[in-house]
Design a protein around this ligand. Structure first.
Ligand code: ATP
Length: 250
């Protein structure tokens, strides 16, 4: 199996606090992989090292076999490693149609030009429509982003990231704050992305994790406790003890 994203012996400390401990993680191409763990286990710190926001103290990060440990955030995005934009990074005064149009055009290297030629290119229009449809935004495509329900704004965050055609997408609690009835729609839209997009998800909601992931890694105190298929992880007594607790019995 081809490995899309890998860490080798990753270490990160904040002062005397060792937050990532000898972490070696492999995310297979096309996987729907979840990184779970109790509060403070170090999940966000791992994502921040993967995206380049934080530098590890030691260890390596490989994207499709190339060492990206020393690359800037921007260079990693150009190589195909993206995380979702946060809602506060969306353009409040643009519509989803304009936002995705701009994101697709920027990827094609003609950001500013798009405003003049909006709607004139069939290939661009088809791609914008496909992305809006995939993330259930067609019906809201002409409304201002600031007026969209929270769940739609979160879908738009992911849609913007997808418009950059990432090879690996990192999602840090993409459904946080969304009403329970809509959370599954968000993860289902991500799970249904073409398999050439590999997804690594951090998520607290175990229902979502187990309905989404085909592989789960469990982080405790910055180190990997165990890793496996969802049913193996759910059965693992160590996992039940430290993390899932009652939820694993459900
Ligand atoms: N910039 C920082 N400086 C100092 N300590 C930090 C910093 N960032 C995170 N930490 C500490 O590192 C540990 C891991 O934090 P992190 O946010 O990565 O965990 P997490 O698993 O994502 O937690 P949660 O599930 O609660 O979001 C915590 O003890 C946190 O307080």
């Amino acid at each position: 199996m081809t490995i899309a994203l890998e860490t080798q012996g990753l270490e990160k400390s904040f002062g005397g606090l060792r937050v990532t401990r000898d972490l070696s993680l492999k995310v297979t191409r096309g996987a729907r992989h979840a990184l779970i763990g109790p509060n403070g286990a170090g999940k966000t710190t791992v994502i921040n090292q993967l995206t380049g926001v934080l530098r590890p103290n030691s260890g390596r990060i490989l994207l499709e076999g190339s060492d990206i440990t020393g690359l800037s955030v921007h260079k990693r995005v150009l190589r195909g490693l993206s995380r979702t934009f946060q809602i506060n990074q969306l353009y409040a005064d643009l519509t989803p149609l304009e936002t995705i149009g701009l994101a697709v055009s920027e990827r094609m290297g003609r950001g500013g030009d798009w405003w003049r030629r909006m709607g004139t290119r069939d290939d661009v229009n088809a791609e914008i429509t496909e992305i809006l449809s995939r993330f259930h935004l067609l019906d809201a495509m002409s409304e201002l982003t600031s007026t969209l329900p929270y769940g739609k704004q979160r879908l738009l965050e992911i849609a913007v990231a997808i418009a950059a055609k990432p090879r690996v997408l990192l999602l840090d609690e993409p459904a946080a704050g969304v009403p329970e009835s809509e959370r599954h729609d968000i993860l289902a839209a991500v799970a249904a992305l073409p398999r050439d997009v590999t997804v690594l998800l951090i998520e607290h909601d175990m229902d979502l994790v187990f309905s989404f992931a085909d592989r789960i890694s469990v982080l405790v105190n910055g180190g990997l406790l165990t890793e496996g298929a969802p049913d193996e992880v759910a059965r693992d007594p160590q996992v039940r003890a430290v993390y899932l607790g009652e939820a694993a019995d459900a």
